[in-house]
Ligand binder design. Structure first.
Ligand code: KG4
Ligand code: ZN
Length: 346
């Protein structure tokens, strides 16, 4: 049995978790900064790192308490080294180094996206390899062939915005607060999915590339037109209809690309991960596709879809077992290809 303590601070969530044997979550604590950034309608990097400094220690203490564990009994410390906001990453990284040094534990460096992919393998019944990983979050939208914990191939990704970025911008434009993905999901439940014919970007192009910037602009233009015609801010029905129509456009694109990726890889398992995997309609649509094709589908529980440290500890467990330790000179990477974080260790 091995317990890994994971630390995640790549963006605006400070998270610490303890995970046993790479799958059993003993504790997963997330300190959210939504209130810090709400007035700005987006993450302010400087405010994010300052808030991380204030909360890293307490979050770690709480995670250990909840798990009923001590630092001395931890087998390794895993930390997200990239990609992400450099100031945010550095806080988690410095803290992880201090813990590892002080408790004489091995340190392992985790790639944030590998973490999201590993979230499909947390729990009593981890998804078997190989599987198609559909990562959709505030910062990333990509499809991966996950052959094993060590072999992950990028199949296609967004050329511009991440899907979550489009959700958040649209929510902000309609005055629904930040981050607004969850609110769009909620409003969409009473809206008409065919109210507005928003574009389905990249569907006509062959392949697995994605793009959400055009869809975001189309939705913003539609909102401007509605405001002009209605002489003011959108009413509840219009907000619901725009939300449902926009969400359906995103779902159509992601479902079709997922279908193509399943065909191309021949895989019989698919995992929807990242913040947008919390979206009720997306879960439903990917579930329907999986049912149609007879493939196994997995979405993490909602709290493990958005950024968390359990997924970091899960990847960390594999690295620790493989002896792929990082040195105390480990750096943070704002951008870094998959696989290069853990191999950057000396
Ligand atoms: O994975 P995550 O916590 O952070 C990144 O790695 O980017 O994802 C956050 C994103 C935000 O854009 C948020 O609005 C979105 O996930 N999100 C949702 C839902 N819950 C969170 N988007 C749509 N529907 C939801 N239910
Ligand atoms: Zn993330």
């Amino acid at each position: 049995m091995a317990v890994v303590l994971g630390i995640e601070s790549s963006c605006d969530d400070m998270a610490v978790a303890l995970v046993r044997d790479g799958t059993q979550v003993l504790a997963s604590v997330v300190h959210s900064q939504d209130e810090v950034h709400a007035d700005y309608g987006g993450v302010v990097p400087e405010l994010a790192s300052r808030d991380h400094v204030r909360h890293v220690h307490g979050t770690a203490r709480r995670a250990l308490e909840r798990a009923g564990w001590t630092l001395e009994r931890v087998d390794a410390v895993a930390v997200t080294a990239g990609p992400g906001l450099i100031g945010s990453l550095l806080v988690g990284l410095c803290f992880a180094k201090a813990l590892a040094y002080r408790a004489r534990k091995p340190l392992v460096a985790v790639h944030h996206i590998e973490g999201h992919l590993a979230s499909a393998r947390l729990g009593d019944d981890p998804l078997a390899f190989p599987f198609l990983g559909v990562v959709v979050s505030g910062g990333h939208s990509a499809l991966y062939a996950v052959e094993s914990g060590e072999r992950i191939r990028l199949l296609g990704q967004t050329r511009d915005d991440a899907a979550g970025e489009a959700f958040d911008k649209l929510a902000k434009r309609m005055g629904l607060g930040y981050p607004g993905g969850r609110e769009i999901d909620r409003r969409a439940r009473s809206g008409r999915r065919d109210a507005y014919p928003f574009p389905r970007p990249m569907l006509k192009e062959p392949g697995l590339e994605l793009s959400f910037s055009g869809l975001k602009t189309a939705a913003a233009l539609e909102i401007a037109r509605l405001e002009r015609d209605g002489g003011g801010a959108l009413g509840e029905t219009e907000i619901a209809d725009v939300s449902a129509s926009f969400q359906e456009a995103v779902a159509d694109v992601l479902v079709e690309k997922t279908r193509r990726a399943l065909e191309r890889t021949g895989y019989e398992r698919v995992a929807l991960v990242g913040g947008l995997a919390a979206n009720s309609r997306l879960r439903e649509r990917v579930g329907e596709l999986a049912g149609e094709r007879g493939v196994e589908v997995r979405y993490p529980p909602i709290q493990l879809c958005t950024d968390n440290a359990a997924m970091v500890a899960a990847v960390g467990h594999g690295l620790w077992r493989a002896g792929r330790f990082a040195g105390l000179d480990l750096e943070a990477f704002s951008r870094v290809p998959l696989g290069e974080v853990s191999s950057s260790a000396p």
